[in-house]
Design a protein around this ligand. Structure first.
Ligand code: C5P
Length: 193
């Protein structure tokens, strides 16, 4: 049985960095599921059709990491039929040996409710905005507004809203260095090995 690590949390919480580090450390596959929603939003046209016909090359489209692509993603991510179209791909990915790390918003709650390890990675709004501003070379106040708007939409939607799974370990990275946060995450995985 492959080992599944589910990592959820709001934008710029550090979940992507932690997910990549865990995958490298344990030799597991890694999927940034936000990219599926970003690529679906960026295709334009009917978002349900875009999700149903998503291919690997759509995931390499330039500009997918921008704040604008993030906003577009969170709008189409509220559509139940878009989410439904992306479930099989994520579950197949999670089934790969020897294990997989998936990061997103609903991995521990909806996509992989039986994951062996569930982490909910979070950090204060201001810390997340400052990190994202540094990453994208943008203004921190503008980023704060953008992140709050996107988080609110992700938390308040009816289908698969952003929330910690009841059995998730909460990892608040506000006052942690990247390497400390990674060390905590590795320790959590080692508990189930
Ligand atoms: O993680 P990232 O910022 O790339 O995600 C972009 C958007 O995609 C999120 O704001 C969210 O609306 C959506 N998303 C989602 N479920 C996931 C991953 C991302 O709804 N598992």
């Amino acid at each position: 049985m492959p080992l599944i690590i589910a990592i959820d949390g709001p934008a710029a919480s550090g979940k992507g960095t932690i997910a990549r580090a865990l995958a490298a450390h344990f030799g597991f596959h890694h999927l940034d599921t936000g990219l599926l929603y970003r690529a679906t939003g960026a295709k334009g046209g009917d978002p349900v059709l875009a999700a149903q016909t998503l291919t690997a090359s759509d995931l390499t489209r330039p500009g997918l990491r921008s704040a604008q692509a993030g906003q577009a993603a969170s709008r189409i991510a509220a559509i139940p039929a878009v989410r439904a179209a992306l479930v099989d791909f994520q579950r197949r990915f999670a089934g790969q040996e020897p294990g997989a790390v998936l990061d997103g918003r609903d991995i521990g709650t909806v996509i992989c409710p039986d994951a062996a390890v569930k982490l909910y990675v979070t950090a204060s709004d201001r810390t997340r905005a400052a990190r994202r501003a540094a990453e994208l070379g943008a203004d921190a106040d503008t980023m704060l507004k953008e992140l709050r708007e996107r988080d609110r939409r992700d938390r308040e939607r009816a289908t698969a809203p952003l929330r910690p799974a009841s059995d998730a370990v909460i990892l608040d990275t506000t006052d942690l260095t990247i390497s400390d946060a990674i060390a905590v995450a590795i320790a959590q995985v080692n508990r189930v090995l």
